[in-house]
Design a protein around this ligand. Structure first.
Ligand code: GLU
Length: 543
């Protein structure tokens, strides 16, 4: 339904930005556990008219009253579910401001027009499928605690709506209409913002609920002050390609960029797939060590962007890449030296992260404007609270902070944006866009996009690269891998000498769910989406 909304927008003369917002608004209805106006995201745009690449950061922001200890009780960090299913985890949602800014600067349609398909799907309804059912099932005991969430997503007996049920969300349709009519101020001021603040400060939990839902500290002023930001895209050169992505507060472009720069010295097309995968995994290990130590909201931490992506730093890091797997947590490098600063290395820590979920879409138009857009409410199901009367789930994005630390660059601070792994990416060659790609999957997003980029660079056809079994190395002792990866000839070779990779089964077992467009000559494109993971994606073209 979302893909169709985008195609329809293109047919009616809208550009790729218009079509992205139209598709995203539909996804907010039909994939409400992964994205929506209760969350935030990052959009990378390549403008057809002049080839400029830019980004729209509409990441959620911590309320001003949050502190590094907000998620601690008696000096100890809350357990993840307690932090997540609460008012504390909710960042000020950025999506509405992001859509508005993207459309005003790079679109041709009004927000009103772009929201119309989402409003219609919300009003008319859609069929619950197995993926939707499973995502509710995984949240059922928490959804059941919250009156508004229960009413929308559970049957009266507390089980998910059955597969095949037609689900309407009239409240969300009305919310979209309010935003369509009055613009973002309908969301960031007035009744909707009041409802968000009260759902955060006092989660609408039913009497006798199973869990404790801690209140948050968001104020109306936090919503009023929210701004989406246009930021310069991060560009990394890989041989003939310019790879553009999302810089801080996302770690996407720096992590993928550092890994690609480490790999740049090798002729991957000549190495063979097993050797290429080995080096990609180990480059990813090194890049994640640096990502974990040095990437945070640039308004709060001086991210050594130049150092991380410098040739000299890549050379230093490449020298650590061995013939066999490190099978260890490696220390971060010192990128400050490589940008001519003497600042000391920041507190290095290994961070093992869960994967949440998210959604990704790519759109290109006839004029070669290209959009790569990842947006999210963090975990599948966000914080579990549907805003009463307005029909959308709130995010739990603030658990992307290092909320167990009072010193880490990515610690919780009021007004700050948590570090992300979202990696919407656009690849350009000789001034022409050639690939747009991205994925959901928490911190496996960056490794997924890296693996697909490397496969694609090695001339594996895009649909095959998207469907390929996957492994994800994020500076942990063992490398998380899908069962099919472990069973593949390359997986078996990597586990044996001389590589000796220590693998562990990925949990959940699926890594990533990519959508991508390969842009060919003139107006031809190949649109491709994940075939099976997360129920499969969708891809269409205008003929
Ligand atoms: N919150 C995650 C991030 O920004 C994205 C959600 C997910 O896929 O886990 O990196």
């Amino acid at each position: 339904m979302a893909t169709r909304a985008a195609i329809k927008t293109l047919r009616r003369g809208g550009n790729a930005v218009d079509a992205s917002v139209a598709a995203a608004a539909v996804l907010g209805v039909v994939e409400p556990f992964s994205c929506g106006i209760g969350g935030g995201g990052f959009m990378v745009i390549r403008r057809g008219s002049d080839g400029r690449v830019t980004t729209i950061d509409h990441r959620e922001t911590a309320p001003r009253r949050m502190t590094p200890r907000s998620f601690m009780e008696n000096g100890k960090p809350l357990a993840f579910p307690d932090a997540r299913y609460s008012g504390l985890s909710v960042g000020v949602p950025g999506t509405v401001a992001g859509w508005d800014l993207a459309l005003r600067r790079y679109g041709t349609w009004s927000l009103e027009r772009a929201l119309a398909p989402g409003t219609e799907v919300s009003r008319e309804g859609f069929k619950v499928d197995q993926t939707f059912f499973d995502q509710v099932q995984a949240n059922a005991t928490y959804f059941d605690d919250v009156r508004s969430t229960r009413r929308l997503y559970l049957d009266p007996d507390g089980t998910p709506r059955d597969v095949g049920t037609k689900l309407r969300n009239r409240q969300l349709a009305r919310t979209y209409r309010m935003i369509a009519k009055d613009g973002p101020s309908a969301f960031y001021r007035g009744a909707i913002s009041d409802a968000i603040v009260s759902a955060v400060k006092q989660p609408p939990v039913a009497a006798g609920s199973e869990h404790q839902w801690r209140p948050g500290v968001m104020a109306r002023r936090d919503l009023r002050r929210y701004r989406a930001l246009e930021r310069k895209a991060v560009r990394v050169g890989y041989r003939d390609y310019d790879v553009y992505g999302m810089g801080p507060p996302s770690s996407g472009a720096t992590t993928i960029g550092e890994a690609l720069k480490i790999l740049r010295a090798y002729d991957l097309r000549e190495l063979g797939r097993t050797e290429t995968l080995h080096r990609t995994l180990e480059a990813s290990r090194l890049a994640f060590a640096d990502r974990n130590a040095y990437v945070a909201d640039p308004a709060f931490f001086d991210v050594p962007l130049r150092g991380l992506l410098s040739d000299s730093f890549a050379r230093d890091r490449r020298a650590l890449l061995g013939a066999s797997a490190a099978n260890a947590v490696v220390a971060p490098g010192n990128p400050y030296d490589d940008q001519g600063d003497s600042a000391p290395a920041a507190g290095a820590r290994a961070v093992v992260e869960r994967y949440g979920s998210t959604t990704h879409l790519v759109v290109s138009d006839e004029g070669r404007t290209v959009v790569s857009y990842t947006f999210t409410i963090e975990s599948t199901g966000g914080n579990g609270v549907v805003v009463p009367k307005y029909g959308f789930l709130l995010n739990n994005e603030l658990t992307d902070f290092n909320f167990d630390s009072t010193t880490h660059p990515n610690r919780v601070q009021g007004g700050k944006r948590p570090r992300s792994s979202m990696s919407p990416t656009i690849v350009v060659k000789d001034g022409n866009p050639v690939l747009a790609v991205g994925s959901p999957g928490g911190s496996t997003i960056s490794t997924t996009v890296l693996q697909v980029l490397v496969d694609w660079i090695c001339r594996i056809p895009l649909p095959q690269a998207i469907g390929a079994p996957r492994a994800s190395q994020r500076n942990t002792m063992t490398t998380a891998a899908e069962p099919d990866f472990l069973g593949s000839p390359e997986g078996q070779a990597l586990a044996a000498p001389p590589y000796n990779h220590a693998f562990s089964l990925a949990s959940p077992p699926e890594i990533g769910a990519v959508t991508a467009i390969e842009l060919r000559r003139r107006v031809r494109v190949l649109a491709a989406a994940e075939p099976t993971r997360r129920g499969g994606g969708s891809a269409m073209v205008v003929r």
